[in-house]
Design a protein around this ligand. Structure first.
Ligand code: FAD
Length: 267
């Protein structure tokens, strides 16, 4: 397989840098082709602004979604954005790797999404009508590809458990897994999350490294998170609400969007 790893840590000698090297080495040992986008090392520009759209008339009102759709259509996106889109299309698997900063991804990685996910590429795809709400959530440009997160967190695993004070990790990562990866079509694999990393000793590091190697070995086979598909009949159109007869009526949160009839392999 072809794998694109997007790496968002400012220090190559960090724990994240070590885990990235372990992941890449294991993927290559398995015969996969790997490209790494090292956002800090490459000086990635994270903010979306007019400079992203050189063909936008100087006096035109700047509407980011419209400008990005037009620039994709007339092939005038900036070279850095085009290069990342080409890598995304090249890859069978996308891995986003980052330290958890303020319960989310570092700003530079969010900026990679904001700029690379153009209108017409990652959103605004497919028929929009009263019967169909575009190709998204399991359908779209990136359908058939796989994606996963590699995340390190200072907090303990218990702190991120169902009753943990930080909130469940699956809930915290839902906007990324479901909103950023599943949205343009990826099958989203269970994340690799390393906890309590700021107090890591050598034994803990080796255990973590082996767990990560194992995840890299099963990249092509592990079952994705069983999110419901938007256009497969589970949601009412156009309200896009889950049909009342589906899901546990006592549930209200993100887990409603899992088809629990399908078992997650990682469990
Ligand atoms: P590093 O600091 O590089 O390393 C961590 C430890 O790993 C080191 O002390 C060392 O003991 C060990 N180590 C590193 N490399 C190796 C190696 N090669 N071999 C063996 N051992 C090694 N945490 C949360 O849980 N939730 C948050 O919301 C959150 N927000 C944050 C916001 C900010 C702005 C910052 C700076 C931190 C935040 N944290 C949070 C903590 C953060 O998630 C961790 O500090 C981060 O994940 C650690 O990853 P790192 O690569 O920077 O580790």
């Amino acid at each position: 397989m072809k794998v694109l790893l997007v790496f968002a840590h400012p220090e190559p000698r960090s724990l994240n840098g070590a885990l990235r090297d372990i992941a890449v080495d294991e993927l290559k040992a398995q015969g996969h082709e790997v490209q790494v986008s090292d956002l800090y090392a490459e000086g990635w520009k994270s903010e979306v602004d007019r400079a992203d759209f050189p063909s936008l008339a100087p006096d035109a009102r700047f509407k980011p979604a419209k400008a990005s759709g037009e620039a994709l259509a007339d092939n005038s996106l900036t070279p850095d954005v085009k290069a990342e889109q080409e890598k995304i299309l090249w890859a069978d698997v996308l891995i986003l790797q980052f330290p958890l900063w303020w319960f989310s991804m570092p700003a530079i990685l969010k900026g990679w999404i904001d700029r690379v996910y153009s209108y017409g590429f990652a959103y605004g795809v497919g028929e929009h009508s009263d019967k169909r709400w575009g190709d998204r959530y399991g359908e779209g440009t990136l359908a058939g590809k796989r994606a996963m997160l590699i995340v390190t967190a200072g907090g303990w695993e218990e702190h991120y458990s169902a009753r943990g004070v930080n909130g469940p990790i699956d809930d915290l990562l839902f906007p990324i897994n479901h909103g950023i990866l599943y949205y343009p079509g990826y099958d989203v694999l269970p994340p690799f999350v390393a906890y309590k990393v700021d107090r890591l000793d050598d034994t803990g590091f080796e255990t973590m490294a082996e767990h990560l190697r194992e995840r890299m070995r099963t990249l092509g086979t592990i079952a994705p998170i069983p999110y419901r598909q938007q256009n497969a009949g589970d949601y009412l159109i156009p309200s896009m609400q889950l049909r009342p007869e589906l899901g546990d009526p006592r549930e209200t949160g993100f887990t409603l969007h899992l088809n629990k009839a399908i078992k997650i392999a990682a469990e």
